[in-house]
Design a protein around this ligand. Sequence first.
Ligand code: ADP
Ligand code: ASP
Ligand code: MG
Length: 443
Amino acid sequence: MDFNSFNIKVVKFGGSSLADAEHFKKVADIIHADPTRIFVVPSAPGKRFSGDTKVTDMLYECYNTVTAGGDVDSVFGRICERYNLIIEGLGLDYDLTEEFNHIKWAIGHSAGRDYAASRGEYLNGLILSKYLGYDFIDPARYIRFFDDGSFDSEVTNALLSEELKKHDNGVIPGFYGSMPNGTIRTFSRGGSDITGSIVARAASADLYENWTDVSGFLMADPRIVDNPQGISYITYRELRELSYMGATVLHEDAIFPVRFAGIPINIRNTNMPEDPGTIILSHTEMYDSKHIITGIAGKKGFCVITIEKPMMNSEKGFGRKVLEAIEQENISFEHLPSGIDTMSVVLNRSEISSCRERIVNRICNAVEPDAITIEEGLALIAVVGRGMVKSKGTAVRVFKAVADAGINIRMIDQGSSELNIIIGVDENDFEKAMRAIYTEFVD
Ligand code: ADP
Ligand code: ASP
Ligand code: MG
């Protein structure tokens, strides 16, 4: 197909948008409403109601059961039932029994954890392509990873753009590709967003639409702040800061392929397709927001190592030696707030749980501090906004709002780009602090 003469949209639908037959119908209506929506990236069926289990989680359970020597019949049966309910609900004449049998056999014969997880998207993709009458394009053949497991963007782009030219339309399952030896590899959780972006770049799309269950990016997590306002326009950089810090609407790495190609992303709501959602672009100067901040996001589960030693700032190589000690345990650090006689390193608690003693010993041997402490239970909150560069006093307002709510700030870090201010609070104060900051800037 000649991409130059067409307007092309790549549309990705998340798990909640493809959780059951009713949602499949809404998805098909959205696709049929616009003939430029020609490449479709589906996730695996997500939760249909609170308390339900995502198919991806059931597939991980299958894998874990098999590796523990257990019997997968019951959980695998529930997976097949989810797909069969969708097929039935759509009135399709389609039988996936052979696929199911093969997948079950492969999971039981060392096909691997990523293979198991990827079948959620694979099977949903088969059903959606059948329902839409679109070609099925298996990403295992085109989305490639290096031997070390990192994503090979250039080979992928070359292979996939070549392939897409052969199709007038297509369904390309999200979340996975393959290793040089042919085995399946997935992105991290939520990775179908990345596939959507890769396909948008390869198709030279005009727009990457990411359809989910909220009407775009909101100024705060709706599970924490009641009815947060929507964000109409946001830059790739702001979005990355927010998604890295827990605003899970879009995977934090999903912007790279489209940013490279200058393709905007539009986050939309499958259940309210008339809502305009959020547009993500590289520059938004012409769309000034009425708020100084663009959004707030945060995560629990951090810890902070504080190292004290008088005059450390004049000791050459001090910082490097501390970071080297952490690197030797193959751990990356999140933040590095420092004073003249103290240095703090914020780390992900789950990463250091198995090696905290070793890290402390390594740091002690490397820099002989006067004192070293590890504090657990830290939550980080990022206040993000391109408007903060121009306006004075934003940090003061953040601190005052949190202090007025009776919350102690345990850490402060302002990004050098002035795009964000990050504060650390006790995990127990997390939700309260988020609400206090939101109210200060938005309500
Ligand atoms: P999908 O299954 O479509 O990929 P996700 O669950 O990954 O959807 O992302 C959408 C969810 O992200 C929303 O339902 C919402 O609960 C959550 N979320 C967290 N932070 C935000 C935010 N700032 N704006 C909108 N949604 C958010
Ligand atoms: N199904 C995968 C997950 O649950 C990928 C995705 O939904 O984007 O993480
Ligand atoms: Mg998602």
